[in-house]
Design a protein around this ligand. Structure first.
Ligand SMILES: O=C(O)[C@H](O)[C@H](O)COP(=O)(O)O
Ligand SMILES: [Mg+2]
Length: 293
């Protein structure tokens, strides 16, 4: 069972035992553009005690550059190389692991974050405005055909997801087993406005349900992102803590990776879902704003 961090001496002892905090964003730092109470103060306090802070988010809607702007606009101190998003993880994987051929294109269901990161890795993708042309009826939909130019389908969060995009992605994957099937993350819910909405995993299920194949998922709880972070910063896993609001992504990510784990209750996990879950963090706390050493 997880230990609740409540008493001042327990919080201080916990903070003293950690050198690096990997912080999830949605549900930990903010919900949309609302920063949770006390977060800026705690981050400044942790930095003043010499702690390293890295932001590790499954939210693919922004590139690292766009996240940096968001942090600045919300008065949260951050630098570009402290930000690891699933859009960057996906672009990095396509470029460096798949060694994606220059002549091929990625078919993207997703937002600017994914496209910007693909661009920074020199990967070609299908422009979104090419998508909906002449697809107003089912007869026109039947003009969607397999396309040998498409070497991968990448799905991330997309506010403008629609049947036409799904039909294209499905067609490329269904008819060409060599076309890579990738997703930035698989969170089933997305926290905002004090409640949750369908997340990227919910959108992904519209493809996985009719297809007989599974995607490679780049974000938490999958380990490639952690491998990159550990290698880049030479982190001591024993003194690194993953802080998140979600058990099946953040906490699972930290536990699989051999890190300490801290759950906050400002996102998708409720006291009842924590009690019912097989995945238990080492510690939990009501909010990051309460982690004042
Ligand atoms: O559906 C999603 O993509 C996720 O709910 C969301 O964006 C996760 O972001 P994180 O909590 O990892 O910052
Ligand atoms: Mg979260």
């Amino acid at each position: 069972m997880a230990t609740k961090l409540e008493k001042q001496e327990d919080i201080t002892a916990f903070v003293d035992s950690i050198d690096t905090f990997l912080l999830d964003c949605d549900g930990v730092i903010w919900a949309a553009n609302h920063v949770f109470d006390g977060v800026q103060t705690v981050l400044d306090l942790l930095r003043s005690k010499g702690k390293r802070i890295l932001f590790v988010t499954n939210n693919s809607t922004k590139s690292r550059k766009a996240y940096l702007k968001k942090f600045q606009s919300l008065d949260i101190h951050a630098s570009a190389d402290e930000i690891f998003g699933s859009s960057y993880a996906a672009a990095y994987y396509i470029a460096n692991v798949l060694k994606f051929p220059k002549a091929k294109k990625v078919y993207v269901i997703g937002m600017a974050g994914v496209r910007d990161e693909l661009e920074s890795e020199g990967i070609q993708y299908v422009e979104p405005e090419e998508d909906s042309k002449n697809l107003g009826s089912m007869d026109e939909m039947a003009t969607i055909k397999p396309d040998p130019e498409i070497g991968a389908v990448l799905l991330g969060f997309d506010l403008d997801i629609n049947y036409k995009k799904l039909a294209k992605a499905f067609t490329y994957l269904h008819h060409n087993k060599d076309c890579h099937f990738l997703a930035t993350n698989s969170d089933l819910t997305f926290p905002a406005g004090g409640t949750v909405y369908p997340g990227t995993g919910a959108l992904l299920s519209a493809l996985t349900a009719p297809l007989d194949r599974d995607p490679v998922i780049l974000g938490k709880p999958h380990q490639p992102m952690l491998d990159v972070i550990i290698a880049k910063y030479h982190l001591d896993k024993e003194r690194t803590c993953m802080v998140g609001d979600r058990l099946d992504t953040d906490i699972e990510f930290g536990k699989t990776g051999g890190l300490k784990t801290l759950l906050v209750m400002t996102g998708v996990t409720t006291p009842a879902s924590l009690e019912a879950s097989k995945i238990q963090p080492d510690f939990y706390i009501s909010s990051l704003g309460h982690l004042k050493p």
